[in-house]
Write a new protein. Structure first.
Length: 265
């Protein structure tokens, strides 16, 4: 029997007079690879920020593996098995790709990140163990060993993005949320990324929530999709069911067939 590992229950969030989330609810089962999609301004990124405690909700709950994260301190979210990436890359420009990925180990500690980073570099055994874990994750994301000693600016964007995902995996999360990981990639890179994410899901058993505006990319990769629009969940189903759902078609194409499918969250 499927067991929900992530439960979002009637989450609301306003920004002034703007209702960003209006009672969103959905569940993700342990070990699933699912998509969260929606047109521009639908509330996807706001929802991810609520789940990961970057912002507070006005009402509702977020539960991960039975633990209520609704008012957990942001720096402790990783302790409950949640990791994420961001729409904009957040790699440390002064660390190599390998070192950037290795810092995912620090997300499992409750101490402030800066002090933990200094301790990590000072204690050789800790550092070596972290680098070994980083290499395993970089192998999974097919970041070539030959470039792992380079700085982010010295490698293509797609490898920077894969390194960021590897860093999230190094944290050994129960749930990893990937916020538009395909943004900025060419079609071939997007296809390969989808294959890598599916492989990580299978091999690690980690639950993956893929937040995207690229509907075709999501539909090739995930098992189920939840669609939100104007801060509300409007559909959940398999890729085939979502593709033919009238409410989803209207949300992406508009009532008069005006194309919005390329809109970004």
């Amino acid at each position: 029997m499927s067991v929900p590992i992530l439960q979002v229950e009637q989450v609301h969030r306003r920004f002034g007079g703007v209702k960003a989330l209006a009672g969103v609810d959905f569940e993700v089962n342990a070990g699933e690879l699912v998509g969260l999609i929606g047109p521009n301004g639908s509330g996807k990124s706001t929802l991810v920020n609520v789940i990961t405690r970057m912002i507070d909700s006005d009402a509702g709950r977020v539960v991960v593996d039975g633990a209520d994260l609704t008012r957990v301190a942001p720096h402790r979210v990783a302790d409950f098995g949640v990791a994420r990436t961001y729409q904009r890359l957040r790699l440390n420009p002064e660390l190599t790709l390998q070192e950037n990925a290795a810092t995912g180990v620090l997300y499992r500690h409750q101490r402030p990140f800066a002090s933990a980073l200094r301790l990590w570099f000072d204690v050789r055994s800790t550092r070596d163990a972290a680098l070994a874990q980083a290499d395993a994750a970089l192998d999974l994301m097919k970041v070539p060993a030959a470039v792992r000693g380079k700085l982010p600016k010295e490698v293509p964007f797609s490898l920077q993005r894969r390194t960021e995902i590897a860093r999230a995996l190094v944290a050994k999360p129960k749930v990893v949320l990937l916020d538009e990981p395909a943004a900025g990639m060419n079609p071939a890179e997007v296809v390969e990324l989808g294959e890598l994410l599916a492989a990580a899901n299978r091999q690690l058993g980690v639950t993956v929530v893929l937040i995207e505006h690229n509907m075709e990319f999501v539909m090739r990769v995930v098992q189920r999709i939840t669609v939100i629009n104007r801060g509300e969940r409007i559909a959940t189903g398999t890729p085939a069911e979502i593709r033919n759902n009238p409410a989803v078609v209207e949300a992406y194409l508009g009532t008069r067939g005006e194309a919005k499918a390329s809109a970004q969250a």
